[in-house]
Design a protein around this ligand. Structure first.
Ligand SMILES: [Cu+2]
Length: 443
């Protein structure tokens, strides 16, 4: 069992929390309010995040792209981001992408069948928010978060929400006739992250907003392996001590994200699934062919990742300047899918929005009798007019000697990327802006 080393009241106590206890956290009057510079008064566009300065994250990146969002903090799910909008240079107003985004569960079953944890709803993830050292948020601001039902009621305020920027290398490169004329841009990202301790583990929940509109969601597990689990049998663990000693029990981390899309400010979004089938060359043909087909997902779906399969969520109200419907593509990450539970059997679920459906397993809200407690139960044939995407990314953790000590961060996650949100690359330099659908030769 993973017993917490500083003997905090964890275990299953969190399950009994009232709905009121799930309410929004509040920041202290100091700290975050001061972190908001004079940026606020300038043309406040309609779609901008509508929350007070203390709960607003607004970042204009060096390449001209602005991301805005609101945040609040829940006692189980931890950080919740809301009203997330993207405004690349050249767009007159922010473009709403997500109404809300948050973790929906971290399910941790052990390979020996001894135990499984729901880290969010049953093991104190939200309450375990950690103070960050200044060096953990290089170049950024650490906001203070009031943690509802925190482990230390005397000190509910945790300096634990980092917002900062980071370079990610080339956003693009295109060379003309000589190396003297290279169109290149170094991309910049807004990063938003927290650290939450659960037992011996510390989870880094990172949201990365790129200046080209892509959003990466990742959870990194670090901290320490649980020494109470150094008792695995053959095929269930890995020796991390000297010789055949200290077999750390293998386990999975099945992380679920919940994304409530709101493209162009409307919850009425459509979902499409794309599949490609490669067939051999025709007689006399030079190469195999590939045919991509679109399937409209009009009813709730429990979907599986597959070679050359992807999904997108499409706006019903907004188009880009090429008259193409705006959409965001869901790009599944590498996943070791765990087939042990009904809710872990699929890589993605699209459900019709329902307020009480908040956690992928062990849902704490009351959806009525017979509604079921996990996301797989909520896929029951309803029409999909306001889709919520639940993405399941699994990691099978077979410990290795290098996991001591501390344990290196192991990451898992996925991305969403804009598809036809803008008519061209949002970072296109002005000199190339006329190359939309027609590239000039000899650039
Ligand atoms: Cu692990």
């Amino acid at each position: 069992m993973r017993v917490n080393r500083i003997s905090r009241a964890r275990g299953r106590t969190a399950v009994g929390l009232s709905v009121a206890a799930l309410a929004v956290g509040a920041t202290t009057a100091a700290g975050p309010a001061l972190a908001q510079p004079a940026a606020a008064p300038k043309a406040a566009p309609a779609a901008a995040a509508d929350c007070s300065a203390a709960y607003r994250i607004e970042q204009k990146l060096a390449t001209g792209t602005t991301w805005t969002m609101c945040w609040h903090y829940e006692s189980e799910a931890g950080l919740v981001l809301e009203n997330i909008s993207y405004q690349p240079k050249g767009e007159p107003r922010p473009i709403r992408v997500l109404t809300s985004a948050k973790l929906a569960q971290i399910h941790v079953p052990y390979d020996d069948g001894s135990v499984e944890y729901d880290d969010l709803t049953g093991a104190g993830f939200g309450q375990g928010m950690m103070n960050m050292a200044p060096g953990e948020c290089p170049g950024g601001t650490i906001k203070t978060v009031k943690v509802p039902d925190g482990v230390d009621p005397e000190n509910p305020n945790v300096k634990g929400l980092c917002t900062t920027t980071r370079s990610r290398g080339h956003a693009y490169r295109m060379q003309g006739d000589t190396a003297n004329k290279v169109w290149q841009r170094q991309g910049k990202d807004l990063l938003v992250y927290t650290v939450n301790q659960v037992g011996w583990y510390e989870y880094i929940t990172e949201w990365r907003f790129q200046d080209d509109g892509t959003v990466n969601m990742n959870v990194g597990a670090t901290g320490s392996l649980s020494p109470d689990d150094y008792d695995a049998g053959d095929g269930r663990g890995w020796p991390i001590g000297k010789g055949a000693k200290s077999y750390a029990t293998s386990h999975s981390h099945n992380v679920f994200w919940r994304l409530n899309f709101g493209l162009d400010g409307s919850s009425k979004n459509k979902v499409e699934q794309y599949d490609s089938v490669v067939s051999p060359p025709v007689a006399g043909g030079e190469a195999p062919r590939n045919k991509t087909t679109r399937k409209s997902i009009t009813k709730e779906l429990a979907g599986n990742a597959k070679n050359m399969r992807w999904w997108r969520v499409v706006s019903t109200v907004g188009k880009n300047k090429d008259e193409h419907a705006r959409s965001y593509e869901i790009i599944p990450g590498a996943s070791s899918k765990y087939p042990g539970r009904s809710f872990t059997k699929h890589d993605i679920y699209f459900t019709q929005y329902k307020k009480c459906e908040q956690f992928a397993s062990n849902n704490l809200r009351n959806c009525g009798s017979g509604a079921g407690k996990s996301v797989d139960k909520w896929v029951n044939g309803q029409a999909l007019t306001h889709p919520v995407a639940w993405v399941n990314v699994g990691f099978h953790h077979v410990a290795r000697d290098e996991d001591q000590q501390p344990m290196p961060v192991h990451w898992q996650g996925f991305s969403i990327a804009p598809r036809d949100v803008t008519a061209m690359n949002p970072l296109t330099p002005p000199a190339l802006a006329d190359q939309n659908g027609q590239v000039q030769g000899g650039s």
